[in-house]
Every structure is written in structure tokens, then in C-alpha cells.
Design a protein around this ligand. Sequence first.
Ligand code: TMP
Length: 392
Amino acid sequence: MKNRFLDLGMQPIANNFLKEIPENEFKFHLTVSYDDETSLVSLDDFVPPELMFNENYVYHSSMSKTMRDHFLSGANHLKNILNPKSVLEIGSNDGVFIKNFDPATTVAVEPCGNFADLTNEMGYQTYCNFWTKDIVEKIVQTGKKDLIFSANCICHIQDLDDAFSTVEKVLSTGGAFVFEDPSLYRMIKRGSYDQLYDEHAHVFSVIALSNVLRRSNMEIFRVESLDVHGGSNRIFACRIGERPIDESVSYHISMEKEAGLDRLETYVNFGKQIETSKKQLTNLLKELKRKGSKIISYGATSKSTTVFNYCGINSSTIDYIVDTTPSKQNKFSPGVHIPVIAPEDTTIADADYAFLGAWNFESEISEKESEFLKRGRFITHVPFVRIIEPEE
Ligand code: TMP
């Protein structure tokens, strides 16, 4: 049974940065439930995928050094431990991961036309498609795959049984399905409710994934914790019985059980904690504004779309959002319509405070913004609402 534990109100498409403010912007009611049969945490209402993933998709994985480094070291690590002869990536974005593999033995599937064109031009055969059972034949014609990789994409897929059974059909005997997505454990520990937005149809625990993968004859044989995206897990799965199970699997499952991820009560408490976080953030910003402070936001992230729309924060509080992604710049943020500008078009050192929309890149950003930090301060809501002091 599904148990609703969080209501984040009406939300827009999190990555739909607007050239002009429309009269009627698409919005949906973002509520979140815990399924006590599988322990899966999912949105109650899924947004049609075509509205989110199309040729206008703006998120470039290569945009930060942190992510470029992460995918380079991840690719080398997987080559070392799995030594795959053939590779498939599901959701290849701008090619930041597959560019580390030989185009002759690597194919990709990517529903956003702009990115599929890009990786085709880079020499990687890329099918512009969603990952559904309709793609099986096309892929199998290019041979079954030793490594099927996916980063920050499987959690976007609404029908997980369809996705996992499709993987199972395409995987070679003994092959590995490796995917990384934000970790539910870290979300709950950090109070980072902003992991919840339209694209994230689910936020995964290892417990829930074990249950759901089993329905497609697959099991988890290794789990690695990653720091990216505010805390992720890299899950290694295979057909049941094809590989030895590493002790990292039971380690993660015990840790999750200790944190109560298999109990509704944990989620109900999380819901209450988030309501408090909203009050604290809006009160802090109100107080700073009352004192005449200039507040901006750093990183036009999909996460900040959730925070701003849930907390009702708009351009009367935040003057503008600064972001390095060209396709987000000179546009308005989804729902609350805060202008997004390029760092080179402003002097953020003028601002007193900057809300860290991209809190997951805090160290990269703090290093870059030492000038701002001589006087200004970052504000965050993770793991609790506060002004970040320099000695932290
Ligand atoms: P993400 O948290 O969803 O990965 O998005 C990070 C966003 O933050 C992305 O739009 C790029 C932006 N960003 C900056 O504007 N400046 C930076 O220094 C970093 C690291 C990210």
C-alpha cells in the first residue's frame, strides 16, 4: 500500500527555464509516498516524460569540474573491475561518461534530441529513445552488452519493471548493470527534500531496489557510496546467481534498516521536519530582507525549483540566480520566475547573501567565489537552515 508522507505543493517542470513568463505554466501537485510492500519512495503523480525530456533539455552533465572528474574516474574504475568488451549507456546526456569508452563497442540511448545529436556526432551510435521494452530489438542487433551503465536516469523512469526487464534482455551472460542515483538514505539524513522534483519519479534505497530488481530476475551484487548530487549510490546488479555478492550489499541494507528506511514512521517524521525547514528558511530570508540585505541565489538547479516553489520564494526576495549553464541564462526560473544570469554579467560580490541552490557543489563554488566570501555569506537549508560561517 502507498502511504503519502509529504506534500510539496504545486510545482512546475523543474528544468523548464522560461524565455518569457507564460500566462499558464504547467504545474502538478508534488506529493510523495512510501510503498510498504517494496519500500519504494515515489511521487504520487508522474509528469508525462515528453514534457521533461525533449530537445530543449538544459542540464549538461559536463557543466561542472566535479562531474567531469567523477565520470572520468568512474569510467576508469568500471574498466578496471569489470573489463567490459561492450558498453551501453542509458541516458548519455552530453557524452561525459561514454567519451571514455571506444565508440566501436559503445552505444547509447538518450531521449533528448539535442544530446542524442551531440553524441552521434562524437561517433557514438545513439538511439533517440526512452528506455522502454520497444528498444530491445534494436539494441540486441548490436549485440548483448557486458556493461549497461546509467547515471541519474533510472530514477527518472516511471515504470521500473519495464525498465529492469528491458535491461535483463540486453545484458550479456555475466554482464553488469551499473547505475547511480541520489540515495534515499542521504536524503533522509540530510533533510534534502529538494531531491524531490518532477524528474525524480523515485528516490532509491538499496532495500527497495533489491525488491524491485528481483521481479526482473536481477539482484544487487555490489554497492558503492558516492558524494555527487548530495549523496548517491552506485548500484551493481546482475541476473540472479550470476555473480558473487559483495559484503557492501548487506552493509548498506543494515545501515538503511538502522535508519528506518523500511518503516513508514521514518517518512512521516521526515515530512514534519521538512515543514519546519520551510518555516525556518522563509523566516531567515524575511529577517535578512527586513535588514536591507541583498540576496541572490547560486546555481539554477532543479533542486532550487522545488525549494523556491514549496517555500513561495520569488524575485521579491531573491534578486537573481547566477548559473554557468548558457541554456539557463537570460531566462526565468520555473514557477517563481526569478531571472537567471551568467556569472560574467554580474558582480556577485555586491550581494550580502547567496542561497546555495547548488549546495552539492559547495566546495567547488566556495573556492571559486573567495572574493564574494570576503564579505558575503552563503545560505543553505541542508542539513538544516543556516548562514554558512567561514570557519565551517
Ligand atoms: P545540479 O545540482 O542539478 O547538478 O546543478 C548544478 C547547477 O549549478 C548547474 O546548472 C550548473 C550550476 N553551477 C554554477 O552555476 N556554478 C558552479 O560553479 C557550479 C559547480 C555549478
